[in-house]
Write a protein that binds this ligand. Structure first.
Ligand code: NZQ
Ligand code: ZN
Length: 387
């Protein structure tokens, strides 16, 4: 087991109607609030009106229209400007992972005099950030319980993940009923994203019985509950369990003490979203089984065997490679069964920019140091196999 330091300072407030605690929570941080949200889903579900009513005694400044794969320009830049102009005390992010990731970049940018891109690219280390409270409305990213965010810069085809302990949300409200309206497409994509977060931690050299059991249970729970959510979007128990599995996703709690994996599928998917603005979870679902096939070897087969036997119940007495191949097929079949388009062409990506994207990933994501190292040619092959 590897040494580690673990500290997540985020308070989770989970369950039906927990939003009633919002006024008390927000009052700790001050009076001037930047309310960030997306393209309108929070208005459709009545959450916007509830928030405005609960915070009637506060000064609210709004940043609406944050898009999926949140954009540096205009959203992050507008948010930073608003925080500085209005001397904002706290950010309240209401929406999915994109709204929250954008809010994290704004929180750091608001306390920095230079170009906020310096912070996102680690050119400059953030010294301070505004506190963030969030009400998460989509189970997927785990941004509500981690210190990271992913920001896209359209003009340079960059989609950059960054992380800083200053950016843990102070408080995250998780009410599964707000996810009842999430579409089938986004529910399935959220499931694939969260499953991939677990896989990115599972497929590594050094893990423990404890972590493997936790992650295998997480994967099984996500598969069972996503299917239930798709069948009955208002199944509270299924939405609730799915939400919690997703919340654990990216804050390392699933894999404390494990060796590094390099998060290869995320490294590759960032390029797909950056170049083609596709849904993150769909990109991951398409790449994952092709990546698995590509890295299957004498060195890696041991982990695939464990995954196949414990997650999919494949007969442990079969040949190791046979188990691995069945597990990869089961992964593909599950994603397909929940309605995810399983080819890049289905999401509008052809072969024309594969070389360029593979080069971008190889230059920026450090995947030559992943558990199963990927060079530019491997990345291009995985993209081609995903077409
Ligand atoms: O914009 P609105 O109108 O709010 O609609 C959104 C959006 O169109 C909609 N939606 C959200 N909640 C809803 C809802 N529709 C109906 N009912 C609700 N309750 O869903 C659409 C997608 O929203 P988005 O926030 O983009 O989805 P998600 O939460 O999956 O976030 C994806 C982003 O997070 C990044 C991804 O790269 C991507 O940019 N990630 C962030 C991570 C992190 N911070 O740790 C880790 C992940 O690996 C991921 O990379
Ligand atoms: Zn992800």
């Amino acid at each position: 087991m590897q040494n580690f330091i673990y500290h997540t300072p985020t308070k989770l407030i989970f369950g039906k109607d927990v939003i009633s605690k919002l006024p008390e929570v927000m009052s700790q941080f001050g009076k001037r609030i930047l309310l960030t949200y997306g393209g309108g889903s929070i208005k459709k579900i009545g959450l916007y009106d509830k928030v405005i009513k609960l915070l009637a005694d506060k000064e609210i400044i709004e940043l609406p229209d944050i898009q999926p794969n949140p954009k540096y320009d205009p959203s992050v830049l507008d948010g930073v400007r608003l925080c500085k102009e209005h001397n904002v005390d706290v950010i309240l992010s209401v929406g999915g992972g994109s709204v929250l990731d954008c809010s994290k970049a704004i929180a750091a940018g608001a306390k920095y005099d230079g170009d906020p891109w310096d912070l996102i690219t680690y050119k400059v280390k953030a010294q301070a950030a505004l506190p963030i409270v969030d009400i998460i409305t989509l189970a997927a990213t785990g941004s509500e319980y981690d210190a990271g965010g992913v920001i896209s810069r359209t003009e340079t085809n960059d989609k950059t993940g960054y992380s800083d302990p200053l950016l843990y949300p102070a408080v995250s409200f998780l009410d599964p009923t707000y996810t009842f309206t999430v579409s089938k497409k986004q529910t399935a994509a959220g499931c694939a994203d969260a499953m991939n977060h677990i896989m990115e931690q599972y497929f590594c050299e050094d893990s423990t019985l404890l972590n493997d059991g936790f992650m295998e249970a997480g994967l099984k729970s996500l598969m069972v509950n996503a299917v239930k959510c798709l069948e009955n979007p208002e199944d509270y128990t299924a939405r609730a369990e799915m939400m919690l599995c997703c919340t654990y996703g990216c804050n390392r709690i699933y894999s404390l003490g494990n060796s590094r994996s390099g998060w290869p599928c995320h490294g590759m998917e960032h390029a797909l979203s950056a170049y083609y603005d596709i849904t993150h979870g769909e990109g991951l679902a398409i790449i994952t089984p092709r990546w698995m096939k590509h890295i299957l070897s004498e060195k890696t087969v041991r982990r695939f065997k464990k995954y196949g036997v414990n997650v999919f119940g494949i007969d442990a007495s079969l040949d190791d490679f046979d188990i691995a191949e069945r597990a990869i097929k089961a992964t593909y079949d599950f994603f397909e069964s929940i309605g995810i388009p399983m080819h890049l062409r289905d999401v509008g990506i052809d072969e024309s920019r594969i070389g360029e994207m593979a080069h971008h990933v190889a230059e920026n994501e450090g995947l030559e140091e992943a558990w199963a190292p990927l060079l530019e040619k491997d990345i291009a092959e995985i993209f081609t196999e995903s077409l």
